[in-house]
Ligand binder design. Sequence first.
Ligand code: ADP
Ligand code: ADP
Ligand code: ZN
Length: 216
Amino acid sequence: MQLMLLGLPGAGKGTQAERITADYGVPHISTGDMFRKAIAAGTELGNEVKAYLDSGRLVPDELTIRVVRDRLEQSDAKDGFLLDGFPRTLPQAEALDATLGSMERPLSAVLYIHVPQDVLLARLTGRRICKSCGSTYHVVFQPPAAEGVCDKCGGELYQRSDDTEEAVATRLEQYAHTAPLVGYYQQRGILHQVDGTRSIDDVYAEIRQILSPLRR
Ligand code: ADP
Ligand code: ADP
Ligand code: ZN
């Protein structure tokens, strides 16, 4: 299955991606995670993208597309993948179509996790991430068993530098570039809307129902 998650920052894409990859065995390809790793490692890519992530602006299309193309060529993506946070603009969506067309692996489904804007700020400012394994938590909605410590690997939890009110406001403005993708995939008949306001378990149950007829 070639899957993609679409939704505002804080909609729950990364949280649901953890479950989907565990159950369906598709690699989780998150452009945000790849950029954060590159920044932490101090690579050339990291230096190029750091200012964009810190401020909440989108990384230029050309660079983002190159990173995803390289990732899709790796062997673990041959039998399917789950894209999270890419594409985020129409040019990115068109570039993805061209790449997947040449691989003869079109998208099977786009899961659009829909939430109203007013719930996002609380989700994003309370979000915590594991430094070691990247798992997502929330201080109220999805707390770890021991404060500040990852349940899965014992790693240290941290707050993303762009999960501040100021950067969140910029990221929500940037979503204007992403909103047209809803119509783009709806037109192709592969868009599935999911109610992201429900509990994490309920959202995942809805996703499983959508995916069950697609599973080979
Ligand atoms: P995204 O990847 O779309 O930006 P995340 O999956 O990182 O969103 O979720 C943002 C924050 O909200 C995280 O702290 C996560 O634990 C929490 N969260 C995710 N889904 C839900 C939900 N259905 N209800 C309440 N909190 C949620
Ligand atoms: P969120 O989980 O809040 O939706 P992400 O982790 O997906 O955020 O993205 C974090 C940041 O990485 C974005 O604010 C942007 O600067 C950059 N980024 C991630 N994906 C893309 C993309 N497809 N195009 C441009 N910039 C991106
Ligand atoms: Zn961890």
